[in-house]
Design a protein around this ligand. Structure first.
Ligand code: TYD
Length: 214
C-alpha cells in the first residue's frame, strides 16, 4: 500500500510520520519512509536547488524539477519497495505539485494532473492523509522551526512566500481532496497532536484491513 502525507508547512506532517512509524513498528509490518523532494540521489541534488531561498526559479522550471525528482523517485525507490511487499509512506508526492505549482503559482491544474501521470507512469497513492490547518497557523510554526534549526536560508524558499500564497495552497488542498474523496482522508490538524494521530491510525488501519494484496 502506498500512503502519502500532505499539508501546508507546519501542519504537523513530521509528528504524524513519527507516530505512524511507531505504530507500524509495533504491528511488525514491513514499510519504508521516503520524501519529496529528495527521495533519491538525484532528488537530493534537486532538493538543495529547489528549497534554497537564495535561488530564484521561474514556475515552469520549478515544476519540471519537481517532476524530475518524482520520476526518479518512483522508478528508483517507490515501485521497487511496493513490489517487495512494503507499505511505502511518502512525505509529499504528486498532490504537492498540483497545489503548490497549480493553485499556489497559478499553473493549469488539469495539465499538472496529466504531467504527474507521465512522471509517475500512473502511480497514484492508495491513501493520502491531508493535514488540514489554517495557513497562518502552519506558517508560523514552520518559520519558528526553521529559525530554531538554522534552516531559514537553505530550506526556507516556500516559508518565505506571502501568507496569501499559503492560503491558496491550503484552499487548493481542500478543493483537490474533495475532487478525489475516495483517496483522501482529511484530518483536522488544529486538534491536539495525539488526536490527529489517533484519527490517522484509524483510517490507515481501516484501509489496511480492506485492501487486498496491498
Ligand atoms: P519540505 O521540507 O518537504 O516541506 P515541509 O517544510 O512542509 O516539511 O519542503 C518541500 C517544499 O517544497 C514545500 O514547501 C512544498 C514544496 N513542494 C512543491 O512546491 N511542489 C512539489 O511537488 C513538492 C513535492 C514540494
Amino acid at each position: 500500500m502506498f500512503i502519502t502525507l500532505e499539508g501546508i508547512e507546519g501542519a504537523g506532517k513530521g509528528t504524524l510520520l513519527r507516530g505512524l512509524c511507531a505504530w507500524l513498528d509495533e504491528t511488525a509490518r514491513p514499510y519504508i519512509v521516503t520524501r519529496e523532494p529528495g527521495g533519491s540521489r538525484l532528488g537530493q541534488v534537486l532538493r538543495a536547488e529547489l528549497l534554497d531561498v537564495r535561488h530564484s526559479i521561474v514556475p515552469e522550471a520549478e515544476l519540471f524539477l519537481y517532476l524530475a525528482d518524482r520520476a526518479q523517485h518512483v522508478h528508483e525507490v517507490i515501485r521497487p519497495a511496493l513490489a517487495a511487499g512494503n507499505i511505502v509512506i511518502s512525505d509529499r508526492y504528486a498532490d504537492s505539485t498540483i497545489v503548490y505549482q497549480g493553485y499556489g503559482r497559478g499553473l493549469d491544474v488539469e495539465e499538472l494532473v496529466r504531467l504527474n501521470e507521465r512522471a509517475t507512469q500512473g502511480l497514484w497513492p492508495h491513501l493520502t492523509l491531508l493535514l488540514d490547518a489554517p495557513a497562518a497557523i502552519g506558517l508560523e510554526r514552520a518559520r519558528k522551526r526553521n529559525a530554531r534549526k538554522g534552516m531559514s536560508t537553505t530550506e526556507g524558499r516556500f516559508e518565505a512566500e506571502a501568507l496569501a500564497f499559503h492560503e491558496r495552497v491550503q484552499h487548493g488542498y481542500v478543493t483537490f481532496a474533495a475532487r478525489n474523496h475516495a483517496r483522501f482522508a482529511v484530518l483536522d490538524a488544529t486538534q491536539p497532536l495525539e488526536k490527529v494521530l489517533q484519527d490517522a491510525l484509524a483510517v490507515v488501519q481501516n484501509r489496511l484491513n480492506t485492501s487486498v494484496n496491498r
